[in-house]
Design a protein around this ligand. Structure first.
Ligand code: ADP
Ligand code: ZN
Ligand code: ZN
Length: 839
C-alpha cells in the first residue's frame, strides 16, 4: 500500500531531518527536495528510484540525485512515499554527469535522465489512480455525482486502478473525463507507475530427475518399464547421448536445451509425458542476448612507427587528460587503440570506445571482438530495449569492462573508467539534434572522462577544428601518424570538370568521361568501386518545364524528394508522403522533369552505363532494418557487388581490399552547404571517402566531379595539407567571430502562427541583448527552413566571448529570459529550443 504507512510518518519526529533532491521527469530545470521519513533512511541514497507526490495532484517516480540536511526554503518538504529499488540504478558519478549536461546544454535534468535510461528502466510508463488520503467526501465543497461514485467505490475495494480498469467500469471515453473531474475535486491522485519493460531472454532446459540421475540401477529399471514405448525411449537416449550422466558427476545440473530434442526429431508429446511422469524435469535458464565470442587474440605486432605513436600517446597522458591522435587513413589507429585498451583493462579500469553509428557494423568491431571477446559489450542504436538493458546490466555487474558504442553509450553506468576513446572524433553524427539534451558526445565524453579521472584519446585522420585548436594551444596532447601501414600508398586524385565535359558532350548520365573510364578499368580488373553522393532518393526536385512549379511539402518549407523505388514524393524533414504528380498542379502541363541527383538515380545511371556490373546502394532508405548495414557490407566484402553507391555512410571506416576507385559525383554539393563549417566538412568528407581507396597493394584513384575544379579545398585535400587548410580557414573564423573563437548558442522559437513566433523571437532577442556579458546577438531571422511540420521557425544566434565564466553566466541569465518569455500570456504556447554549440 502506497499511502498507508508512509503518510503516518508525518507525525514522527526525526532528530536530524534528512532530505533528498529528486530528479523528476518534469519540464522544470531543477531537482525537487523531499523529506526522507526515518523508517526509510537506511536503504536510501543517490541513484535509487523513489515515488513522491508532485504538486497536489500527481504522484511521480524519480531518481534521488542528492541527500543532504538542508530543508527547502520556499516550501515544506513532503515525504518520499516509497523506494523502488534494493540497489541504486545509477551511480553518483552519473548524477554528476547528468547535472553537468543539463547545465551545459541548457536543458532540464529530467530530460537528461530520459535520454540516459534505456526505456526498460524508465519511469512513468503507466498511469494509475488512487484515493486521495486527504479527501473527505463529507466536508468536500464539491458534490460527487453518480458516475464518479462508481470510481470512488471501486477504489475502496482496490487500492489502485489502472485507466483501463476505469474504462471497463464506465467506458473508455467517459472514464477519461470522469477521472479528470475527480482529480480536480482532489478526490483522487493520479500516479505514474514504473513498469519494468525489460524481460530477460529465457530458454527451457530439460534434466533427468532423481533417483535416475544418480543411480544406474534405477535408470536401468526405467528403461525396462518404457521398453514398449520407443518414442519415450528415444527421448531418453538422446538425453543420455548428449549428457552422459554417470561419467564425471552423479548429478547434472546443466541439463539439455529443450530445442535439442525437437531438432533431433524426438516426439514432443513423449517428452511431455516423461516430464509428467517425473522422469525428466523442465527448468528455465536466463540467457544472454549476446553471443559469447570466444576470446582468440590474433597477435599483431605494431609496426615501428605505430609503436612510436603508442609511446608518445602514453607520454602525453602523463601531463594531459586528452590526446589527439592525428593518423592518416590506413595508418592503423585501431591497433594502437587495442594496445592501450589492453593495458587499461589489465589495471582494472573500464574502457569506453565511441564510434559513429555506421562504423559499429564494420570491420573494426569484428577486430576488437577477436581481441576482447566476451569482456566487450556493444551498444548499438538499433538494439531493442531488452538488449540495451542487458548491456546496461552487463556494465553494472562487471561482465563488460569494455564497451564499444554509439553516442548514447556515454550514459552507461560506468563506475571506474580509465580510458575513453573517440574514434572518428570529427564526425558530426556525434551531435544529438533532437530531442534535448542536444549534446555533442565527443565533448560530453571528455567531461565524463574528467569526472572519472580517466584519459581521453581522440582519433581521426581529419581532426575537427575544435580539437586541433585545443591541441595547438597545448590543452590537448598531439600525436601525428603520417604513414600508412604496410605497402599501401595514398590514392591519386583526379579532378573531373563537369562543365567542360558538358560542353564537349562527354557528360553521360551525370558521369564525366574520366570517371566512367576509371570505373570501367576497375571493373575489367575485377576491382571494386565506391561512389559517393550525399543525397538520398532519386531526385531532390521535380519541376514543371512550362511554368516552373515545384511540388513542396504541405507541412514544411521544402521541396519534396522524388523516390523512384517506392514511387512517391517524400519530405525528408517530416516524413510527409505524396503521390508522384503526373501533371502540373499549377498549369496542367504534363512535362514534369526531375532535377538533381540522389543515390537512387545514380544507382540507375550506373546500371545503364555498366550493364555488366552489380550495383548496390547504401543510404538511410536501404538500411532501416537492424542488420541491413551489415548485409550490404558483407555482400560488398564478399565480392557480390562491384559498385557500391552511398551517402556519407560509406565514408566511415570501411576497409576493403579490392576498392581501387572512389568517385565523388557532386563535390560542389559538399562545398556549398550554408554553414561556417562547410569548408572543414568538405575537407573531411573528401579525405575520408578517398581514404577508402587502395588500402592494400594497388594504388587507388579518387575522381572528384565538380563545376569548380579549381576551388582551393581540392588542392589542399590532394596535398593532404591539413595544417595549411586549417590556418586559412581559421583566419576567416577569427575575423568573422566563429567557433572556436567564440561560443555559439542557437535559440529557435517555434509556433504554428508565424506572427506569434516572430513576435516572441523579437521579444526574446531584446531580453537577451540586455544580458550583461560580452556577446553578439544575430537575428531573429527566419530559420534556413522556415516551416517544419506546420511550425514556423525563427532563429537567434548568440556568439559569446569564451573567456572566464562568461558562457556559464550567460546560460544562467538565458534561463531567466526563457522563463520570462513563457510567462507572458501571448507566448505561453511558444516552444523554445536552445542548442549549445549548434551544427
Ligand atoms: P585507420 O583506422 O588508421 O584508417 P586501420 O586501423 O583500419 O587504419 O588499419 C588499416 C589496415 O592495416 C587494417 O586492415 C589493419 O588490420 C592493418 N594493420 C594496421 N596495423 C597493422 C599491424 N601492425 N600489423 C598488421 N596489420 C595492420
Ligand atoms: Zn506548370
Ligand atoms: Zn515536411
Amino acid at each position: 500500500n502506497l499511502f498507508g504507512d508512509t503518510f503516518d510518518l508525518d507525525g514522527e519526529e526525526a532528530e536530524v531531518a534528512v532530505f533528498a533532491d529528486v530528479i523528476l521527469p518534469v519540464p522544470i530545470p531543477k531537482m525537487f527536495t523531499y523529506r526522507i521519513p526515518r523508517s526509510l533512511e537506511k536503504a536510501i541514497g543517490i541513484g535509487y528510484r523513489v515515488i513522491v507526490q508532485f504538486g497536489r495532484k500527481k504522484v511521480l517516480t524519480g531518481i534521488i540525485g542528492k541527500v543532504h540536511q538542508k530543508p527547502p526554503q520556499a516550501y515544506e518538504a513532503k515525504p518520499i512515499l516509497e523506494i523502488l529499488d534494493e540497489q541504486p540504478v545509477v551511480n553518483p558519478l552519473q548524477i554528476k554527469f547528468w547535472s553537468w549536461m543539463a547545465e551545459y546544454y541548457c536543458c532540464h535534468i529530467g530530460e537528461v535522465m530520459n535520454a540516459a535510461l534505456p526505456s526498460g528502466l524508465k519511469l512513468n510508463s503507466e498511469s494509475k489512480i488512487q484515493l486521495n488520503p486527504e479527501f473527505d467526501q463529507q466536508t468536500s465543497s464539491f458534490p460527487i455525482d453518480e458516475r464518479e461514485q462508481v470510481i470512488l467505490d471501486a477504489l475502496t475495494q482496490k487500492d489502485e486502478l489502472a485507466y483501463e480498469d476505469c474504462g471497463k467500469l464506465l467506458g473508455l471515453k467517459s472514464a477519461h473525463r470522469i477521472i479528470k473531474s475527480l482529480v480536480l475535486k482532489e478526490a483522487i491522485l493520479v500516479y505514474e507507475q514504473v513498469r519494468e519493460k525489460y524481460s530477460p531472454k529465457v530458454e527451457n532446459f530439460i534434466r533427468l530427475k532423481e533417483p535416475y540421475a544418480s543411480s544406474k540401477a534405477e535408470l536401468e529399471k526405467l528403461f525396462n518399464t518404457i521398453s514398449k514405448k520407443p518414442k519415450q525411449e528415444e527421448v531418453l537416449l538422446k538425453y543420455l547421448q548428449e549428457i552422459p550422466v554417470f561419467q564425471n558427476s552423479t548429478k547434472n545440473e546443466n541439463g539439455l536445451n529443450k530445442k535439442v530434442f525437437s531438432e533431433a526429431g524426438c516426439s514432443t508429446s513423449s517428452l511431455k509425458t516423461l516430464v509428467k511422469n517425473e522422469v525428466l524435469e523442465e527448468f528455465k535458464v536466463i540467457k544472454s542476448r549476446f553471443e559469447q565470442i570466444p576470446s582468440k587474440d590474433l597477435e599483431i605486432e605494431l609496426a615501428p612507427f605505430q609503436k612510436e605513436g603508442l609511446e608518445k600517446i602514453k607520454n602525453q597522458f602523463e601531463s594531459k587528460q586528452t590526446v589527439l591522435l592525428h593518423g592518416i587513413t590506413g595508418s592503423g589507429k585501431t591497433e594502437i587503440y587495442i594496445e592501450l585498451i589492453k593495458e587499461v583493462l589489465e589495471s582494472g579500469s573500464q574502457v569506453l570506445l565511441l564510434l559513429p553509428e555506421i562504423a559499429l557494423t564494420t570491420q573494426i568491431v569484428a577486430r576488437l571482438q577477436k581481441v576482447f571477446g566476451s569482456k566487450m559489450g556493444i551498444f548499438h542504436s538499433k538494439y531493442s530495449d531488452n538488449e540495451r538493458v542487458e548491456v546496461w546490466q552487463g556494465v553494472l555487474s562487471g561482465r563488460f569492462s569494455f564497451v564499444v558504442g554509439v553516442r548514447s553509450s556515454i550514459f552507461l553506468p560506468f563506475d571506474s573508467l580509465g580510458l575513453v576513446i573517440i574514434d572518428e572524433e570529427h564526425e558530426p553524427s556525434f551531435k544529438q539534434f533532437d530531442p534535448a539534451p542536444r549534446f555533442q558526445a565527443r565533448d560530453a565524453a571528455i567531461m565524463l572522462a574528467w569526472l572519472h579521472q580517466a584519459k581521453t584519446l581522440l582519433g581521426t585522420a581529419t581532426p575537427s577544428f575544435e580539437s586541433y585548436y585545443n591541441a595547438k594551444n597545448q590543452k590537448y596532447g598531439y600525436v601525428p601518424l603520417n604513414k600508412r601501414f604496410g605497402e599501401a600508398q595514398l590514392p591519386e586524385f583526379v579532378m573531373a570538370d563537369i562543365l567542360a565535359d558538358k560542353k564537349k558532350n562527354l557528360l553521360k548520365l551525370d558521369f564525366t568521361r574520366i570517371l566512367r573510364e576509371k570505373i570501367q578499368e576497375a571493373l575489367n580488373q575485377q576491382e571494386q568501386v565506391l561512389i559517393f553522393q550525399n543525397r538520398r532518393g532519386y531526385a531532390p526536385f521535380t519541376s514543371c518545364d512550362e511554368c516552373g512549379w515545384i511540388p513542396e511539402c504541405e507541412q514544411c518549407d521544402v521541396s519534396l524528394t522524388y523516390h523512384q523505388y517506392s514511387k512517391e514524393m517524400r519530405c525528408h524533414y517530416c516524413g510527409f508522403k505524396d503521390k508522384v504528380p503526373q501533371s502540373c498542379v499549377a498549369c496542367g502541363s504534363n512535362k514534369i522533369s526531375t532535377i538533381g541527383m540522389g543515390t537512387e538515380r545514380i544507382e540507375e545511371s550506373l546500371s545503364l552505363l555498366f550493364p555488366e556490373a552489380r550495383v548496390g546502394r547504401m543510404d538511410l532508405d536501404t538500411t532501416r532494418s537492424k542488420y541491413a548495414y551489415q548485409k550490404i557490407l558483407e555482400d560488398f566484402g564478399a565480392g557480390n557487388l562491384d559498385i557500391l553507391v552511398g551517402t556519407q555512410m560509406i565514408t566511415k571506416g570501411l576497409d576493403f581490399d579490392k576498392v581501387t576507385v572512389v568517385g565523388i559525383v557532386d563535390a560542389d554539393r559538399i562545398l556549398h552547404f550554408p554553414d561556417f563549417r562547410s569548408g572543414e566538412r568538405a575537407f573531411q568528407q573528401i579525405t575520408q571517402v578517398a581514404g577508402r581507396a587502395g588500402r592494400r597493394n594497388r594504388r587507388g584513384s579518387v575522381i572528384i566531379q565538380s563545376r569548380r575544379p579549381d576551388h582551393f579545398v581540392f588542392d589542399q585535400v590532394f596535398k593532404g595539407d591539413y595544417a595549411n587548410f586549417y590556418l586559412t580557414e581559421m583566419s576567416e573564423r577569427q575575423r568573422f567571430f566563429y567557433p572556436p573563437f567564440v561560443k555559439n548558442i542557437k535559440v529557435t522559437i517555434k509556433h504554428k502562427e508565424s506572427q506569434i513566433a516572430q513576435k516572441a523571437a523579437n521579444h526574446l532577442a531584446n531580453l537577451i541583448k540586455d544580458i550583461q556579458v560580452k556577446k553578439i546577438v544575430l537575428g531573429p531571422e527566419k530559420s534556413l527552413i522556415g516551416k517544419i511540420k506546420n511550425q514556423y521557425l525563427f532563429d537567434l544566434l548568440i556568439k559569446l566571448d569564451k573567456t572566464g565564466n562568461v558562457p556559464a553566466l550567460f546560460k544562467l541569465e538565458l534561463r531567466r529570459c526563457l522563463e520570462e518569455l513563457n510567462f507572458q500570456k501571448d507566448f505561453k504556447s511558444v516552444r523554445i529550443v536552445v542548442d549549445v554549440d549548434p551544427y
